[in-house]
Design a protein around this ligand. Structure first.
Ligand code: GTP
Ligand code: MG
Length: 254
């Protein structure tokens, strides 16, 4: 039974002699017990192995957790300062996440990279991720600018999918910030995505729909989604005009 479940995910069954650096065997916790299923202790044999790899993952992600937390504190401080000093606060909400062990393994595999923590450290820049949801497009650039000016940080990469949206209609401002951690003196990458509420609505729905959709209706769905992206862009542009009619212009507001 255990074999059947694992073979559908094309992963190896962890064995005690396996190298705990080898991420191709994970995610073992997908080997969940189904109702009424008897695993006959097969998973128990691997408990040592699983706990070793989990320990390694936990220490591997620690600096990424710290880098993400630092970015979050910066953003929360900005949010607080804006609330106190200006009449418009650009940040609606902040979300942070750390890539799970199974996502790390899957991504390395997808990119044809060696399944190891060292390789993940060298090649993956989205292990720590922070998403900032703003009200208006100008707010996105305000937040990006202020983040870039933070001390102990370097800009590793920047992709402006607002100025140049992806062909499917995806719009968001992406940056990879290198955050310096005092203990190590090294920079750890944090993928920061900054988008408006409208962009977030579209991206969340698109992600869900495209992931769930059957192959046959994909083309029609993509066409429809592109129309929605344009409509939302129009809507948020008009809302911004309404805002600026009764308030100060958003640009140069701060
Ligand atoms: P990955 O290998 O997927 O990380 O891509 P990349 O490193 O080339 O970066 P890219 O900027 O294309 O995408 C990074 C992240 O942006 C993704 O993990 C998603 O969170 C988001 N993203 C990018 N494109 C899309 C899209 O078309 N739709 C949605 N919903 N999200 C997207
Ligand atoms: Mg990425």
């Amino acid at each position: 039974m255990l074999k059947e479940i694992t073979s559908s995910y094309e992963i190896k069954i962890p064995q005690p002699e396996m190298d705990p650096e080898d991420l191709s065997v994970i995610p073992p916790w997908r080997l969940r017990r189904q109702p009424g299923e008897d695993l006959s202790g097969a998973d128990l044999e691997n408990i040592d192995y699983v706990s070793q790899i989990v320990k390694k993952y936990e220490s591997f992600i620690q600096p990424y957790e710290n880098a993400n937390a630092i970015v979050r504190v910066w953003l929360e401080t900005l949010q607080k300062d804006f609330k106190e000093q200006y009449h418009h606060n650009p940040i609606h909400n902040i979300q942070s996440r750390i890539k799970s062990l199974s996502s790390i393994a899957e991504k390395l595999k997808r990119k044809g990279l060696e399944p190891s923590f060292d390789c993940a450290r060298d090649h993956l820049t989205d292990i720590a991720g922070t998403r900032v949801i703003c009200y208006y497009i100008q707010d996105v650039y305000t937040v990006a600018e202020l983040l870039k000016r933070q001390e102990n940080t370097i800009l590793l990469r920047e992709s402006d999918y607002i100025k140049e949206p992806k062909p499917n209609g995806y719009r968001t401002y992406h940056m990879i910030l290198g955050v310096s951690l005092h203990q190590s003196g090294e920079y750890y990458p944090v993928e920061v995505q900054i988008r408006t509420l409208a962009m977030d609505f579209w991206a969340s729905m698109e992600h869900q729909l495209v992931y769930k959709s059957e192959l046959e209706n994909k083309e029609e769905l993509a066409k429809e989604l592109k129309i929605y992206a344009d409509t939302l862009q129009n809507m948020e542009h008009n809302m911004m005009r309404f805002y600026e009619e009764v308030n100060l212009p958003l640009k140069g507001d701060f």
